[in-house]
Design a protein around this ligand. Structure first.
Ligand code: EPZ
Length: 418
């Protein structure tokens, strides 16, 4: 089994290029299914989740070529609209293909999606939106059967600003004659990136980043070349790592405006952050001061995908913190593992109460989901002694060779197969 071994206590210093956003690449890969011409995507990050999406595209008849950081997708020979469970259940983003397949074939048979076990992760908002568009939706035997022969434009009010539902419904509407509106849409930067990608293919999508998105159907999409944005959650993870370990790190490629909530929360208390164009410099030379109350929310609020990492920061900060997880109902699986390392945390419902301790201690811990495993890595970087982390496949879903990246910054971290 693959594990990460970390000897804590090293400061971090140096420079890193922030790799492309997983949560941009995944919907953009799904959106490639809408087009019948070749698409060239840059800065391909080789996360295991994006690799799974490439597998889904080839299973439908698409062709994929990878040359270094350039991914070429040729969806011209797509012949299927069916995604079996063994592939669909690997990633949450398989559900994004529903909208794209409806846009391409007017039908789709897709097995329920997978993804991190951080809650029930229903798809009712996705399906309610498709029904509003006149799609016939049937769920049986673990599959979603959709028939869009009678699909028509509509005004869709989302019950909750779901990122995935917003993205799915945009994709379903880009070549639907007429104008479709999505109200109470999610506002994440990755949705703006999806809009930019679709418009680079000749679509007419406007309003992404706001809570009202308007899609005017176009007849045909054309091939294009596109570079997705940098991953704000990876950038946030390294900012928090530096705040915890101390040091001086320069992150290239990430947009500070995508991390405003994090920066406002921890700048001056846990670290010093300087922003220059698309470079973020983080310095820390003292024990972080607890930030008190933190609540995750939809963008532009504090991202739920940084909650676990912020909780790790809180475990060694001076003072107490209260962390409220408002987006997912079961996203504290990293807490029992952090407690094994000496953290003083107790959870009640969606609230984690953290009392900062001076030291964490190396231990054998297990990753339970993507961002929770990232928080165990951060804790290992500051713990006294050795930390052994198992189930590292979770972290490989959204970080490429995290041990190599952190070693570049001076951490003592190795990947072993035992
Ligand atoms: C996306 O998941 C991201 N994944 C998640 O990142 C991220 O945490 C989440 O958005 C919120 O920002 C990808 O983009 C691949 P949602 P998604 O639909 O689309 C409820 C990571 O670590 N909901 O906005 O699944 C849902 O249960 C991952 O990179 C419904 O009730 O998130 C949750 O409580 C984890 N019905 C809330 O909405 C639905 O039909 C937010 O979910 C859909 C969602």
């Amino acid at each position: 089994m693959t594990k990460l071994i970390i000897q804590g206590g090293r400061k971090l210093s140096g420079e890193l290029e922030v790799t492309a956003a997983k949560n941009s690449y995944l919907p953009i890969l799904a959106a490639c299914l809408l087009c019948e011409e070749k698409i060239e995507l840059h800065n391909y990050p080789y996360y295991s989740d994006t690799e799974s999406m490439c597998e889904i595209i080839t299973s439908l008849g698409g062709r994929i070529e990878k040359e270094g950081s350039v991914l070429t997708v040729d969806p011209s020979s797509l012949f299927s609209w069916k995604i079996e469970s063994e592939l669909a259940s690997k990633v949450r983003s398989s559900i994004f293909t529903l909208g794209a397949l409806l846009g391409r074939f007017k039908r789709a048979h897709v097995a329920y999606p997978g993804g991190c076990e951080i809650g029930a992760r229903p798809i009712d908002i996705h399906l309610a939106g498709f029904r509003k568009l006149g799609v016939r939706v049937e769920e049986k035997h673990g599959y979603i059967y959709c028939n869009a022969e009678k699909m028509h434009p509509a005004s869709i009010m989302l019950d909750f600003p779901s990122v995935g539902a917003t993205e799915s419904l945009i994709m379903a509407s880009v070549n639907l004659e007429g104008q479709t509106r999505i109200l109470n849409a999610a506002r994440e930067p990755e949705i703006v990136d999806l809009q930019d990608f679709l418009n680079a293919m000749g679509a007419d999508v406007r309003g992404a980043g706001s809570s009202e998105i308007i899609i005017s159907g176009v007849k045909k999409l054309r091939g294009c070349s596109f570079t997705p944005i940098a991953d704000r959650i990876i950038a946030g993870t390294y900012i928090i790592a530096t705040a915890m370990c101390g040091g001086d790190v320069l992150l290239n490629g990430a947009k500070a405006e995508h991390l405003r909530a994090l920066i406002d929360k921890i700048d001056k208390s846990a670290c010093m952050i300087e922003v220059k164009n698309d470079k973020i410099r983080v310095k820390s030379d003292a024990r972080p001061i607890a930030v008190g109350k933190m609540e995750t929310s939809v963008y532009p609020g504090l991202p739920t995908d940084l909650q676990a990492q912020l909780l790790a920061l809180a475990t060694i900060s001076e003072g107490s913190s209260m962390i409220v997880e408002n987006v997912f109902e079961s996203r504290f699986k990293h807490v029992p593992e952090l407690i094994k390392m000496g953290a003083d945390v107790h959870v009640k419902d969606r609230v984690a109460f953290v009392r900062g301790v001076k030291h964490l201690y190396g231990a054998s811990v297990s990753g339970m989901d993507l961002r929770g495993t990232a928080s165990l890595v951060l804790a290992g970087l500051v713990a006294d002694g050795y930390t052994m982390i198992s189930n590292v496949h979770h972290i490989d879903r959204g970080y490429k060779n995290i041990e190599i990246e952190l070693s570049k910054l001076g951490a003592d971290i190795k990947r072993i197969d035992d």
